[in-house]
Design a protein around this ligand. Structure first.
Ligand code: PLP
Length: 431
């Protein structure tokens, strides 16, 4: 069991100056209990905390670390930019064109793209653009999907708020909430009902095409195809929020994986390579409404800064050159099969969902296809499971309703260690 003396001291001090001691709620370990762990150093698939304990990492900074932490090519590129270019100019730079061109090449829906600083900025901007373009106000999202902390999205919004047991956030006005309608994931009829009840009023439908914020829930292909058809019929902008699944389930994201092309796509996490980056892009016809070309305002002091773009661009280049996707699939499938074999030995039959290197072991026997089935999972059992894994040196997300990310740098020995630990943790979860 790791000794967490220094982490505990730091957390006590942090609580005096930072709300809840953390800069993002899930880090506080509220749903699993115990002391949040203060990390001191990351290297590859491992992290070392301030007390000197080392963990095998399956959180990967919540998704960006598909290549692990401190990939040597990434650190060299960032260092080069830092020493030779600078951190920010607030002017156009050549690097912006290079990353925009590359993104448009690899992501099927992109004809134009705008860089921002986070996934939240990307989704907020994409929805404003869809509203400006269509002249309509309402949006449809899906129960349990998280699209960042923009007001319009904090309605039945998945992991963060789910973990805290607060379905909505105070501070979101009734007017804003009224413009956000929630449909059921993987259920096209629920979407059609909302579209019919709000005929001619829906600007956009936004969806995580692989939901990763209520655990992991794959979309059914026929559901995405039906959404595409519905949006075409009704003049609704279809937005794929690929902040998490983009560049992870395939180089071109879920839209490549499923072969369904949205009108707009939001991105983040992996394209920042561990630095703060987001992006939104899509059809030229829609994107040309963004300022200064069009009237829909969107801006950012640090948008497209050289340091973050270098990290993103280098990550993309590595993904293109090394094509890690078959290997990620093999590794994540190994874990899934290992966990299944452990459960068979223990007479357990919990649901595992996985798309490529995004996975979730739900502590429920119910198949998880939407929010309602996801929340049948037993968070208390997950808490015990999580702590047992942690005691064995494996760092999972401190919430049942988050994804487990396998990275390119997890070795076969790491995976075997994880499967062995999973057996013990499954036992511990039932004690
Ligand atoms: N969209 C999705 C699908 C996400 O998973 C997240 C973050 O987890 C966001 C948007 C928000 O991104 P950020 O945390 O960078 O603002």
């Amino acid at each position: 069991m790791p000794v967490l003396t220094r982490s505990a001291e730091l957390f006590e001090k942090a609580k005096k100056f930072i709300p809840g001691g953390v800069n993002s709620p899930v880090r506080a370990f509220k749903s699993v209990g115990g002391t949040p762990i203060y990390m001191a150093k990351g290297q590859g698939a491992y992290m070392t905390d301030v007390d000197g304990n080392t963990y095998l990492d399956y959180v990967g900074s919540w998704g960006p670390f598909i290549l692990g932490s401190m990939h040597p090519r990434l650190t060299a590129a960032i260092e080069y930019t830092l020493r030779n270019i600078g951190t920010s100019f607030g002017t156009p730079i050549e690097l912006e064109i290079e990353i925009a061109e590359l993104l448009c090449k690899v992501v099927p829906s992109l004809e134009m793209v705008r860089m921002v600083n986070s996934g939240t900025e990307a989704t907020m901007s994409a929805v404003r653009l869809a509203r400006g373009y269509t002249g309509k106000d309402k949006i449809i999202k899906f129960e349990g999907c998280y699209h960042g902390h923009g007001d319009s999205f904090l309605i039945k919004a998945g992991s963060g708020v789910l973990t805290l047991g607060a379905p909505d956030s105070p501070g979101v006005t009734k007017g804003t909430a009224n413009d956000t309608l929630n449909a059921t994931y993987n259920d096209i009829e629920s979407v059609k009902v909302l579209v019919n009840e709000n005929k001619g009023e829906i600007a956009a439908i936004i969806i995580e095409p692989v939901a990763g914020n209520t655990g992991v829930i794959p979309a059914k292909k026929e559901f995405l195809v039906a959404l595409r058809e519905l949006c075409d019929q009704e003049g609704i902008v279809l937005i794929f929020d690929e902040v998490m699944c983009g560049f992870r389930v395939a180089l071109g994201g879920a839209q490549e994986y499923y072969g369904v092309t949205p009108d707009l796509t939001t991105m983040g996490k992996i394209i920042g390579g561990g630095l703060p980056v987001g992006a939104f892009g899509g059809k030229r016809e829609i994107m040309q409404n963004v300022a200064p070309l069009g009237a829909v305002y969107q801006a950012g002091t640090l948008s497209g800064n050289p340091l973050a773009l270098t990290a993103g661009l280098e990550t993309l280049k590595i993904l293109i050159e090394e094509n890690p996707y078959p290997e990620l699939e093999r590794k994540a499938a190994f874990l899934e099969a290992g966990f299944k074999a452990n459960m068979d030995k223990l007479g357990l039959n919990y649901t595992q969902n996985r798309v490529g290197s995004m996975a979730c072991l739900f502590f429920t026997e119910t198949p998880v296809v939407d929010y309602k089935s996801a929340i049948t999972a037993d968070s208390a059992k997950y808490g015990k499971y999580f702590h047992s894994m942690l005691d064995q040196g494996i760092y999972l997300a401190p919430s049942q309703f988050e994804a487990m990310f396998t990275s390119f740098v997890h070795t076969d020995a790491d995976l075997e260690k994880t499967v062995a630990a999973n057996y013990n943790a499954l036992v511990a979860a039932h004690q």
